[in-house]
Design a protein around this ligand. Structure first.
Ligand code: MN
Length: 464
């Protein structure tokens, strides 16, 4: 296929040129004036942007949570992702305490085989992991794992375990992803709130203050400094946490950071209304001035990546709660947390381009290039250089798209952006050269997606 007349934007810059997709599903050529071959389909991209398919490195598909489950499967979630211009995801395998991590990986692989786009996996450790587990993970192309510094009852690791796993990450050339909130202090604040009868949804944000997010980022950064591990802070939600990231990087810590569109567009006032339960996520939505600082962080390079933390639940499950599937959620602590977003990330960030907050080049870097580089998928993903996978999005910068749930494809019955209409949406999406979405219609196939083994992280100099 020849994509002609568009403006190609990738790490190599922004230039008016044509792009040829080879029969092998890779980018064959990018140049001015490519001549169609006999029988070659031509897509006229005049006035459109031609960009690498989005790489979403933070998703939760099919994840069980207490008595409920994330509403999107790998089949439905990746289909929605493709429609919105994302062609690669990395999903978190969540290993519960007592489980064999590689067995849990096998379970995730059995689910993920339904994917319509390419996929990779991160691990999540909730207790110490053995050398053989880490060796098996990296040998299988899982070169990052997450640690939670929150949720003491189920997911949290203590600082000693975190330090030990950071040393191991360095030995095994892995990247350590961290959910940064001070779980023990938050648990106490939640107990206090419930005991005092403060059980409304808005307490979710009040009991998880930004200061406790920043504290956990700082603590993680100190452990990274001691161990020499590379760390990646998932879903930075506040100015406080961003300041901690910047401070750590300034003194030489190997630290990168991610934020999510919902922290850029939504604020804590959403937790006051009738639909409050639909806006519970962790870290919580903040006062709106935090978003201004996050946008600045995206523009100045302090935050490298935008991912979704896609974690949707049916409204009925949100109302019922995790522990009480047949009743009403007892209080704010029982609402399953997480927002849909896998379909809308590129469009929401493109609004930032339109508003002059970031450039088109920033948009491509944040949504595709940086996540690919950070997680060992470069240059096959997030790039349009010759030989890269032909995961290509022809982006129509003037196409209007409402973000209400009924206009979107994700398996969820509410949208955090119900009244919003964006300008800019894919008109054509290719996954390894195959058209998987055209003019808002899915044309791909369940199971087309392939597992992508990821490269280990490169560390310079000896570890401890
Ligand atoms: Mn998450």
């Amino acid at each position: 296929m020849l994509i002609s007349g568009g403006t190609v934007v990738d790490a190599a810059g922004e230039r008016a040129c044509d792009l040829r997709v080879g029969a092998d599903g890779r980018v064959e050529d990018t140049a001015i004036g490519l001549v169609p071959r006999p029988g070659e389909p031509v897509h006229d991209a005049t006035g459109k942007l031609v960009v690498p398919g989005g790489v979403d490195v933070h998703t939760h598909l099919n994840l069980p949570l207490g008595a409920v489950r994330v509403s999107d499967s790998f089949a439905t979630g990746t289909r929605a992702a493709a429609l919105g211009g994302t062609t690669t995801i990395i999903d978190y395998v969540t290993v519960q305490r007592g489980e064999d991590p590689m067995e849990t990986v096998g379970l995730w692989q059995s689910w993920a085989r339904d994917s319509a786009i390419d996929w990779g996996l991160h691990l999540t450790f909730t207790e110490p992991a053995s050398e053989s587990t880490l060796a098996a993970a990296t040998a299988g192309g899982i070169t990052s794992f997450k640690l939670y510094l929150a949720y003491p009852a189920s997911l949290q690791v203590d600082d000693g375990t975190a330090l030990r796993l950071m040393r191991a990450a360095r030995r095994h050339e892995m990247l350590v992803n961290l959910h940064c909130e001070n779980g023990d202090a938050i648990e106490e604040l939640r107990r206090e709130a419930v005991a005092a009868g403060r059980t409304a949804v808005a307490e979710h944000a009040r009991t998880r203050p930004a200061a406790l997010e920043a504290e956990a980022v700082s603590r993680a950064a100190v452990l990274a400094e001691i161990t020499g591990a590379g760390i990646y802070i998932v879903h930075v939600s506040s100015a406080d946490a961003l300041a901690a990231v910047r401070a750590a990087r300034q003194r030489g810590v190997d630290i990168t950071a991610e934020t999510c569109p919902h922290y850029l567009y939504l604020d804590a006032s959403r937790l006051e209304g009738e639909d409050a339960a639909d806006f519970v996520c962790t870290p919580p939505l903040r006062d709106s001035w935090h978003a201004e600082e996050l946008w600045r962080g995206l523009a100045d390079g302090s935050i490298q990546t935008v991912a979704t933390d896609h974690c949707p639940f049916w409204r009925a499950d949100r109302r019922a709660g995790m522990a009480h599937p047949h009743g009403d959620a007892a209080d704010f602590t029982d609402i399953p947390g997480g927002l849909p977003g896998i379909e809308t990330r590129l469009a929401l960030l493109f609004e930032g381009v339109r508003a002059g907050r970031i450039t088109v080049a920033d948009w491509v870097r944040l949504c595709a290039e940086a996540p690919s580089r950070t997680f060992g998928l470069w240059p096959e993903k997030g790039s349009l250089q010759i030989g890269a996978d032909a995961d290509v999005v022809v982006w129509d910068p003037s196409r209007r798209q409402p973000l209400g749930a009924s206009y979107l494809d994700m398996a969820v019955d509410h949208s955090p952006y119900e009244e919003m209409v964006v300008t800019g949406w894919p008109e054509l999406v290719l996954s390894r050269g195959r058209v998987v979405a055209r003019d808002g219609r899915f044309t791909g196939e369940q199971g087309w997606g392939r597992y992508r083994a990821r490269r280990p992280r490169t560390y310079l100099g000896p570890g401890e």
